[in-house]
Design a protein around this ligand. Structure first.
Ligand code: PHE
Length: 456
């Protein structure tokens, strides 16, 4: 039971910071560029922006409304507001299952980042020739055991933090590393665009290819937008429950969404030109960033080795911290569910999740190397986890969230929450439009896209 005096975020900056901390992670730096490269470049970028503004933003606002009004986390928020219906209890269970599912394979990529932090500490990008440094990643994957080991280390650190309730320590750290990451990516963009052959990468990002304009591309763009904003997994419902009654929901939601969008696009401009300059295929898949970025540091290292090494260390350290804050936020969902609903103590619950996600994640990791010939409908196990979570699970829960807000909650209650009891005049003016997006546009698009995943 949550107390009526649930802890609140102190200020608007604190709200946006906490939400941005969950949102900004590997989704922006690792997943966005690889999705752009696999699904049509500039066309994907445009559909991604549209999906964020027209679908993700209404879903985001709905999740904050549900969280703030119920003062509950993802598991019981909907069934507290509208008791007695099985479907909302099911939605609550999805809100626990999805984060745990994602935690299994997210940690594998967290492990890759950790290994690349070690590689930058030991000078490996600079000592090699830029043309060869991109093979560091496939060699690392082929070894089989090393990626599993670093995944388990990453998972263990995150589980330890959750077990001991020292989350705020890492979050305090992320207040420095996220702005640092942003700044470094900005510098990397400038450098990357100046590399010989980079302009082809810039063109790839700004010149749409009409042939790529398909429902399939839209389905991936929408999945990416949910993934990047931590939507459809209950995380924002839980954050919503800590948002102060005086806070302007629209401003904090739009602020987080736009910042996350900008961050992802910037990462695209840092990496894609380097990918072209390195002569790589943009559609190289999940390893794209881990091959493209070493090329940037290696090229810079030819003239300025010390600077390049220093920047690469800070870069990978910041990526690891961003990945940890995201991983910790999903693990926390599973752990608090076990603690609050099954009376298991926090340490044991963290250990159980470590064992479960560590084991399943190890299989995902091996599927990129020694087990790569084992596929499910043409995808490796890792790719299946990635696709199934973003394209199927997140949109499914997001669909339930907007249907809940549009149909199960009373319109006056939604309006009251959105306008803070009619005290926000701008929100009152745009309410009809936002409500239309939540009640009609988002559900129709979500349903169509969910179905299209199976027939296209
Ligand atoms: N929004 C996160 C990111 O971009 C996605 C995420 C959060 C994934 C938490 C897993 C867990 O990295």
């Amino acid at each position: 039971m949550a107390s009526p005096n649930r802890e609140h975020f102190g200020s608007r900056r604190a709200v946006i910071f906490a939400m941005a901390g969950s949102a900004i992670g590997l989704g922006n730096i690792w997943r966005f560029p690889y999705m752009v490269g696999e699904h049509g470049g500039a066309t994907f970028v445009i559909l991604y922006i549209l999906a964020t503004l027209l679908i993700s933003l209404p879903v985001f606002i709905s999740e904050v409304i549900i969280g703030r009004r119920s003062k509950r986390g993802a598991y019981s928020a909907m069934s507290t507001l509208v008791p007695g219906k099985r479907v909302w209890r099911f939605a609550g269970l999805l809100g626990v299952f999805i984060p745990v599912f994602i935690a299994c394979y997210y940690s594998v990529i967290g492990g890759w980042s950790l290994d690349f932090l070690a590689k930058s500490l030991s000078d490996q990008f600079i000592s090699g020739n830029p043309a060869e440094v991109k093979s560091l990643f496939p060699e690392f994957l082929e070894s089989g055991w090393l990626p599993v080991a670093v995944h388990l280390v990453f998972m263990a650190i995150c589980a330890y933090v959750v077990a001991n309730g020292v989350k705020s320590g890492i979050e305090r750290f992320s207040k420095i590393t996220i702005p640092a990451l942003f700044f470094i990516i900005l510098l990397m963009t400038v450098y990357s665009v100046s590399l010989p052959g980079a302009m082809a990468g810039v063109r790839y990002l700004v010149r749409p290819d009409p042939g790529a304009l398909t429902p399939r591309t839209f389905a991936f763009a929408m999945g990416q937008s949910f993934y990047s904003l931590s939507l459809g997994m209950g995380a924002i419902i839980t954050y919503g429950s800590y948002v102060n009654k005086k806070e302007n929901i629209m401003v904090s939601s739009a602020g987080t969404a736009l910042f996350d969008l900008f961050f992802a696009i910037l990462a695209g401009f840092a990496i894609m030109p380097a990918v072209f300059a390195a002569g790589m295929e943009p559609s190289s898949g999940p390893g794209l960033v881990f091959q493209g970025i070493p090329f940037i540091f290696s090229s810079l290292g030819k003239d300025l080795p010390l600077l390049s090494q220093a920047v690469s260390i800070i870069f990978f350290l910041a990526v690891v911290v961003a990945a940890m804050t995201s991983q910790i936020s999903v693990l926390e969902v599973g752990v608090s569910y076990l603690v609050e609903n099954h009376g298991i103590n926090r340490k044991l619950a963290s250990f159980l999740l470590f064992a479960l996600c560590g084991g399943v994640g190890s299989i995902c990791s091996l599927s990129m190397g020694p087990l790569k010939n084992f596929t499910l409908s043409g995808m490796t196990i890792f790719e299946f986890f990635d696709w199934f979570s973003s394209n199927i699970m997140l949109p499914s829960l997001a669909f339930l969230v907007v249907i809940f807000t549009g149909f199960a909650l009373k319109k006056d209650d939604v309006r009251d929450e959105f306008t803070n009891g009619e005290t926000l005049s701008f929100n009152a003016k745009v309410f009809q439009l936002v409500y239309f997006l939540i009640k009609w546009l988002a559900p129709v698009f979500l349903a169509a896209i969910l179905v299209s995943n199976f027939i296209l």
